[in-house]
Design a protein around this ligand. Structure first.
Ligand code: NAD
Ligand code: UD1
Length: 337
């Protein structure tokens, strides 16, 4: 298949591009480079020996998206493009609603003009809101606590309604848990701008000496050691989940939702220890108050993806920590943008 990856130069998009190319598919990326570098896809080409063309443009612009479909015979879309910083979304909600929702709606409008019915969407475990019961199953109630989360929730709603209006469409909504790590080569990885918000990139910058120490946000949660527990998934496992999802979607109609997680919760201190052991490094940390908006525990029931997509995460926590650091130590300035 020829697959359009919106946001294909980003962290998850670039790893998925590599995975699709290695599986014999063709890719084209549409990315406005708002949070990424063209170097990521250049390195994907270097690793695969195959073309990963990048069109620099905005997915909210109907003329731009139309011209991509005119230029390439697109069989399916994986829609990664979006703004993703939770804190920023609270400060600039309109930017988030406009970018993330317009992008989804623009794709929905343009795709059928070219007979393209298949779309895989990057959703997030954040749509489960403050659900208490774990593990989280796809049929649990949803609801969000910040504008970023609502853009995912509303995009899911839009895609569901559009697929109901045209039952020949095939949409797969993937709810990611916490992607970390990098391709084993250390050539592509996560390249956050500024001080990272998320745990693993923060730890990597402490390990490299860029940041002084980790702040562990709270040790008074009702968890085994008091620190927050999450479902960390290797980004290459996540990428392979997209391959399974796109191949499934091409043979189905209607809307399907899948969690992409491992089903295993690890605490912040588990991650610190695993990182130290995997890489022979010390991560200094201090316990600080809870981060506002954080929940105690969040992990997936991964059964539906296993049974229906025949996909499950394979890489363990040691591999995730090793690969995250391998990328960071070889690319201390990320892609150097
Ligand atoms: P990323 O920022 O690395 O990638 C997103 C890409 O989209 C970037 O390259 C950015 O430049 C591009 N982009 C943003 N708006 C665009 C627009 N209007 N037109 C064209 N390109 C645009 O983020 P990521 O971690 O690779 O995340 C990919 C998707 O997965 C996002 O939708 C994100 O919300 C979602 N997601 C990510 C995580 C995570 O922890 N990384 C978790 C759950 C869901
Ligand atoms: C974040 C996003 C969420 C997104 C998810 C997926 C926020 C508030 N939420 O959630 O919307 O779906 O990523 O990747 O950004 N921690 C520390 N110190 C740090 C950073 C994090 O102790 O410097 C802790 C957090 O309190 C949490 C865990 O580490 O318990 C993971 O944090 P993070 O990587 O930010 O992910 P989430 O909170 O799950």
């Amino acid at each position: 298949m020829q697959v359009l990856l919106t946001g294909g130069a980003g962290y998850i998009g670039s790893h998925t591009a590599l995975c699709l190319l290695n599986a014999g598919h063709q890719v084209v990326a549409l990315d406005n480079l708002n949070n990424s570098s063209p170097e990521a896809l250049r390195r994907v080409e270097e690793l695969t020996g195959k073309k990963a063309p990048l069109i620099v443009g905005d997915c909210t612009n109907e003329a731009t998206v139309t011209s991509v479909f005119e230029q390439y015979k697109i069989d399916a879309v994986i829609h990664f493009a979006g703004l993703k910083a939770v804190g920023e979304s609270v400060v600039k909600p309109l930017d988030y609603y406009q970018n993330n929702l317009d992008a989804t709606m623009t794709l929905c409008r343009v795709m059928p003009k070219f007979g393209c019915k298949v779309l895989v969407f990057s959703s997030s475990a954040t749509v489960y809101g403050t659900n208490q019961e774990m593990p989280l199953r796809e049929d649990f109630p949803t609801g969000c606590t910040n504008p970023y989360g609502w853009t995912k929730w509303i995009s899911e709603r839009i895609l569901t309604d559009v697929a109901h209006a045209d039952p020949t469409r095939s949409f797969v909504l993937l709810r990611y848990f916490n992607p970390i790590g990098a391709h084993e080569s250390g050539r592509i990885g996560e390249d956050p701008t500024g001080i990272p918000n998320n745990l693993m990139p923060y730890i990597c910058q402490v390990a490299s000496g860029k940041l002084d120490h980790l702040r562990v946000f709270g040790n008074d949660y009702p968890t085994k050691d008091g620190t927050g527990e999450r479902d960390y998934i290797h980004v290459m496992d996540l990428a392979e989940g997209h391959l399974a999802a796109i191949e499934f979607a091409a043979k189905h109609e209607g809307v399907e939702i899948f969690n992409l997680g491992t089903g295993i919760p690890y605490s912040v201190l588990d991650i610190v220890r695993a990182f130290e052991q995997a890489n022979g490094l010390k991560i200094p940390y201090e316990i600080t108050p809870r981060r506002p908006g954080d929940i105690a525990v969040c992990y997936a029931d991964p059964k539906r993806a296993r049974d229906t997509l025949h996909w499950q995460a394979k890489r363990d926590l040691t591999t995730m920590c090793h690969d995250a650091w391998n990328w960071q130590k070889h690319n201390p300035q990320g892609y150097g943008k």
